[in-house]
Design a protein around this ligand. Structure first.
Ligand code: ZN
Length: 410
């Protein structure tokens, strides 16, 4: 690249940089990352981040704390040519992630090993209209970093924050007289691809499974709402809000994670609990919350959601209903020859299951880390059988749940 015309926005002490250099142009197809000319590396005492992209895009850079991280937002950039780990040679960047965060916008998050400041951030445009975004970080004392990040996500970059779910009165139990309202929650998406094994992303597996399942359930007369319809990042709390907005009778979160340790295989149904069944379950739950945190969404305020006594009472009634749903799912999947994990029902603190008055379970369809599970997940015959089993479980659950509601009312 020769003859750089520099359109630089040099960032001094401020942590937020907005450089909308190329705002006027609306690219027809998204700018593409060129991995060969891009790098994330240690440089001096700091970090150098160079991204080569096919055309200039509006971008902004800011820092967040706990954990310390650099966030870069761009008008849509296609990152498909590389995976984050391939670009990241910096020991000081402990984790790198990227992907779409909402329609038309992409986000890159670099988790840092300590406090830094943005020493400079600029976008250079070459003669051939390709662009290079350069960000330089340099270490600062923790106290300075605390000042830089005191405001959290800067104004203008807050669109990813979930709206708190309005509480209102607890939802009335379904009585079997109206179509069952099922909210399906395809796990992960956008900047959070979930588990990755080879070219398979959990976010794609869960979305296509949920779309097929939705079609099957609708065909049976159920009302189905998906928490996402595309490869979008949806914060966990927004998924809960979607269930409430839909007045869901049931919330079913779909996943297909990878576990490094052990030989996890088969489907597993997860219920919400503060104590995890085992270390692997605890790690799974932690990883799901962490994706939100890294993407710039802070879940720490989320217990306000269920602070009231009324909500605690609702949860006490909802818990056995969710347990029944978990039992029905495990039994139905086993009965149709689907493979269940040797501990088919487990518990962990999954934030997405925290609706107080909507029976919520998380179904790990299988584990992408298991070759057998990967083969099954890719097999349309297996998926159809699994969807049939989920349909049967929902039907059986709805009948038993409505009968119990009538008994309680009497
Ligand atoms: Zn997952």
């Amino acid at each position: 690249m020769v003859d750089h015309g520099v359109r630089a926005a040099l960032a001094g002490a401020l942590c937020a940089v907005a450089a909308f250099a190329a705002q006027a142009e609306e690219p027809a197809s998204p700018a593409k990352l060129d991995p060969a000319a891009s790098r994330v590396a240690d440089e001096g005492a700091g970090v150098a981040l160079d991204l080569a992209i096919s055309e200039p895009v509006p971008y902004r850079a800011f820092l967040l704390a706990e954990p310390p991280r650099l966030v870069l937002d761009f008008a849509e950039v296609d990152f498909a040519a590389a995976r984050p780990a391939e670009l990241d040679s910096a020991a000081r960047v402990t984790e790198l992630g990227w992907g779409p965060i909402r329609a038309g916008w992409s986000r890159l998050v670099a988790e840092l090993d300590g406090p830094y400041r943005i020493a400079s951030a600029e976008e250079r445009i070459a003669g051939d209209r390709s662009a290079a975004i350069r960000v330089r970080l340099e270490p600062v004392p923790a106290a300075d970093f605390a000042v830089l990040t005191a405001g959290g996500v800067p104004e203008g970059a807050r669109w990813a924050d979930p709206k708190p779910a309005p509480q209102g009165a607890p939802k009335r139990r379904q009585t079997g007289e109206a179509p069952l309202i099922v909210v399906l929650d395809p796990g992960h998406g956008g900047i959070d691809p979930g588990a990755e094994v080879g070219k398979i992303h959990e976010a794609d597996v869960t979305l296509s499974f949920a779309q097929e399942l939705a079609e099957r359930l609708r065909h049976e007369g159920m009302t189905v709402v998906l928490t996402r319809e595309a490869d979008d990042f949806v914060p966990l709390e927004a998924r809960i809000s979607a269930a409430r907005a839909a007045s869901a009778d049931v919330f079913l979160s779909l996943h297909a994670d990878a576990l490094a340790e052990g030989e996890a295989t088969g489907a597993t149904v997860y219920l919400l609990a503060e104590e995890a069944s085992d270390a692997a379950s605890a790690k799974l739950a932690e990883r799901h919350d962490r994706a939100d945190l890294l993407a710039g969404v802070d879940l720490s305020g989320q217990d306000d959601l269920v602070a009231s006594v009324m909500m605690d009472m609702a949860r006490a009634e909802t818990r056995p209903r969710a347990e029944r749903l978990a039992r029905e799912l495990a039994a139905s999947i086993s009965a149709t020859g689907g493979r269940m994990h040797r501990h088919p029902i487990q518990e962990a603190e999954f934030s997405v299951l925290k609706s107080a008055d909507i029976p919520s379970v998380l179904l790990e369809l299988g584990f992408l880390s298991s070759e057998g599970d990967r083969r099954r997940l890719a097999d349309p015959v297996w998926r159809a059988a699994m969807q049939e089993a989920i349909l049967a479980a929902l039907n059986d659950w709805a009948v038993a749940d409505a009968a119990e509601a009538r008994l309680i009312r009497r």
